[in-house]
Write a protein that binds this ligand. Structure first.
Ligand SMILES: Nc1nc2c(ncn2[C@@H]2O[C@H](COP(=O)(O)OP(=O)(O)OP(=O)(O)O)[C@@H](O)[C@H]2O)c(=O)[nH]1
Ligand SMILES: [Mg+2]
Length: 361
């Protein structure tokens, strides 16, 4: 009972114990007080330690949070760096593509508006229910001559397109096919790649995007200008034919270049030898033309397509329904043209549906 009283701290005044000296009592009381004080000190010490532990834990938690925050910031910085690198690579690729297109003559083309599309149709006298076929290509490639031949005409005949060895056609002109059943209109387009008509405006300036079919005609070399026209045809989803002109003239030149045409054409042997040389020259001409076009299309990343080798005289005879002695690709060209050229539709919006013009508002 006295122990609980003493250590409970309610009073330090101990009752006098029977048989004990007051001195002894004081000593016991002092001891009891010290014990109480020690207990308080220990309690205080425990609280201080607990507080220190809590503070240390809190500091640890904050440090962990800081570390996680740093990690997040580092990740974000890494993502930002990767995104910036990807954007820079994309910008470089776009610049390279733009530069390549620029080199190849297909400069960034302005997409025609609906009004421009309508204007071009009006200007080119586009007639519903007719097929509108343009012959394009570099100056002097034989465009006007081919149109004449396709209409069954000789150069120089009345109603034939003007032709010549100097730059002849300076504005776009159109000629109805003499056979009304065909319902075809031929367009003679000024030569591309001349000083007056730079190739990158050739296509859009002429409004060629409204037409139903385009022939890209070349003479000696399949050039970047021809590639630019084909690229635009692809862009506007216009069927395009690659045609090489002046076939007989090229073969004759090759016979001379091959250097073995000295046979006497008066004798039978001589005639056979001449025919054999002609055959070899023709084979070489066909092979070289096809290889050259295929290589250039590949370089320009355009799809493969056939090249038709034609001579205007053979085309003219076939167009008139006359038999022609020798034919390279003239017959095929006339047949494939007839097959591939339905009119593009009566409504502006119909014609624009599948082309870049579809984006025009
Ligand atoms: N031998 C031969 N000559 C041709 C042929 N096609 C065109 N020519 C000649 O090539 C020259 C140029 O022909 P054009 O039809 O005027 O050429 P173009 O492409 O219309 O010329 P521009 O309107 O100036 O761009 C003319 O002297 C034609 O007679 C062909 O198939 N064979
Ligand atoms: Mg011409």
């Amino acid at each position: 009972m006295s122990q609980r009283h003493l250590f409970g701290g309610e009073s330090t005044q101990a009752p006098a114990l029977p048989g004990r000296e007051p001195e002894e009592l004081r000593r016991v009381e002092d001891e009891a007080r010290r014990a109480i004080e020690e207990s308080h000190r220990l309690e205080e010490e425990r609280r201080v330690k607990e507080k220190a532990v809590r503070e240390a834990e809190e500091a640890c938690r904050r440090a962990e949070e800081d570390r996680q925050q740093m990690e997040r910031m580092r990740d974000e910085a890494e993502h930002a760096r990767e995104a910036a690198e990807a954007a820079a690579a994309e910008a470089r690729a776009q610049q390279e593509t733009a530069e390549r297109l620029l080199r190849e003559g297909a400069r960034p083309v302005v997409v025609p508006t609906v009004e421009q599309f309508r204007d071009a149709k009006q200007r080119l006298e586009y007639q519903e229910g007719y097929t509108h076929i343009a012959v394009t290509g570099v100056a002097g490639s034989g465009k006007s001559s081919l149109i004449n031949a396709l209409r069954g005409l000789n150069n120089g005949e009345r109603s034939a397109a003007p032709t010549g060895i100097v730059e002849t056609t300076s504005t776009i002109a159109h000629y109805p096919d003499p056979d009304p059943k065909k319902r075809v209109v031929w367009y003679d387009v000024p030569g591309a790649g001349t000083l007056t008509v730079p190739d990158w405006v050739y296509f859009t300036d002429q409004g060629l995007y409204v037409l139903d079919c385009i022939l890209v005609l070349f003479d000696s070399r399949f050039t970047a200008t021809d590639v630019a026209i084909l690229r635009n045809c692809e862009r506007f989803r216009i069927p395009a034919f690659v045609v090489r002109s002046k076939a007989r003239q090229h073969v004759r030149n090759l016979v001379v270049d091959m250097g073995d045409n000295d046979s006497d054409s008066e004798t039978e042997d001589g005639q056979q030898a001449t025919a054999a040389v002609l055959e070899r020259a023709t084979e070489r001409y066909v092979e070289e033309s096809r290889t050259s076009v295929a290589r250039n299309l590949k370089l320009a990343e355009l799809p493969e397509q056939r090249v038709y080798l034609v001579d205007k005289e053979v085309v003219r005879l076939l167009a008139k329904g006359r038999p022609s002695g020798s034919s390279l690709d003239e017959r095929d060209l006339l047949r494939d043209l007839a097959k591939a050229t339905p009119p593009r539709g009566s409504d502006v919006t119909d014609s624009m549906k599948d082309s870049p013009l579809a984006d025009v508002r």
